[in-house]
Design a protein around this ligand. Structure first.
Ligand SMILES: [Zn+2]
Length: 331
């Protein structure tokens, strides 16, 4: 396969702190020989594990970029054993545009793996992570939130995996992250995800959903900052004790946790995030808006659980994810 067109301006094998860019040539109308300049920081101190930390995989999710621009600015080599590679805004064009996908090619970074060195801009970034950055990593933390169209209870998450040792290590880091909620996460469609790429390489991969609605809050940004430090401490990369926060484990047992709209309209939430919902309860109601006098459509829960995610904007379209339920794990 051809080499990646991306050249880093930092040396990942060098000791100390380096702030630089992943420079991706992108020739266009306003810059004939221009580049996309993706900010990157590497902090290395001697032998030890490597953590790869990413935010902005989707451009309208802000807790990760807040925590990671902050960490990149403040992390000192003497604090670190091993190496920390920080990319606060992975899909940088999407991040600058404030959109989930890239304004250049509409590429959804988290559906673009393994990417392609001769593909679109988003595919080229994915390929660089696939073939250059992921192989350097022992642990990977990728921040997400709901973006403009979903809102989540704040949780850190990992997936159920065929390799139970790898799964146990990931769940340990999820516990260490210390979000109010911790999730055994099920994906609607795992093909092309960064998560899947990292897990198939045997990496210990954890992710988050820390809020949404296209903004961070003081609470969600704080959870992100404490969480990333806790993960680095649990991995032995940062000194100090994990700041013990109580977390409640949740499970998404099967596809019944998701509900989708079958009509568009005005959505009336009937439960809020964190509320307990019973199988058969109407989670939300969609009011038709074309005329007065038409009956609303109830979206029914297909299991008992608590509401962990909901559609965010006030208007909903057919096919939109309206709600996600999860069950509390009691052991
Ligand atoms: Zn996301």
């Amino acid at each position: 396969m051809r080499v990646s067109p991306i050249s880093p301006t930092v040396d990942f094998s060098a000791e100390g702190v380096q702030h630089g860019f992943l420079r991706l040539p992108y020739s266009r109308d306003d810059s004939a020989w221009g580049s996309v300049m993706i900010p990157v920081t590497t902090v290395k101190n001697g032998e030890g594990p490597t953590a790869l930390l990413t935010g902005g995989n989707h451009g309208d999710e802000y807790e990760g970029p807040i925590a990671l621009f902050d960490l990149a600015r403040t992390l000192k080599p003497e604090d670190v054993t091993g190496r920390v590679i920080i990319v606060p805004a992975m899909n940088y064009p999407a991040f600058l545009a404030g959109t989930r996908t890239s304004p250049i090619d509409r590429g959804n970074m988290n559906r673009s793996f393994p990417g392609a060195p001769d593909g679109t801009v988003t595919q080229k970034i994915a390929d660089y992570f696939q073939r250059t950055l992921l192989p350097l990593a022992d642990i990977v933390l990728d921040f997400h939130s709901g973006g403009k169209t979903l809102d989540f209870l704040p949780f850190c998450a990992a997936h159920i995996l065929p390799d139970k040792k790898q799964e146990a290590k990931a769940f340990e880091l999820v516990s260490a992250f210390g979000a109010p909620w911790s999730m055994k996460m099920l994906e609607i469609d795992a093909v092309g995800m960064y998560d899947t790429a990292a897990e198939e390489m045997g990496k210990v991969f954890v992710t988050t959903e820390l809020g949404g609605g296209g903004t961070a809050t003081a609470r969600s940004a704080g959870i992100a900052k404490t969480g990333v430090a806790n993960v680095l401490k649990a991995a032995g990369i940062l000194k100090g004790a994990v700041e013990g926060a109580q977390t409640t484990w949740l499970d998404m047992p099967d596809g019944n946790c998701f509900s989708f709209a079958e009509d568009g309209g005005l959505i009336e939430p009937l439960f809020d995030l964190g509320d307990a919902v019973r199988n058969g309860d109407a989670v939300a109601r969609i009011h038709p808006v074309g005329r007065t006098g038409a009956e609303p459509l109830d979206i029914k829960a297909k299991m008992d659980g608590i509401l962990v995610a909901r559609h965010f904007p006030g208007l909903v379209k057919s096919g939109d994810c309206v709600s996600v339920l999860a069950t509390i794990v009691t052991e």
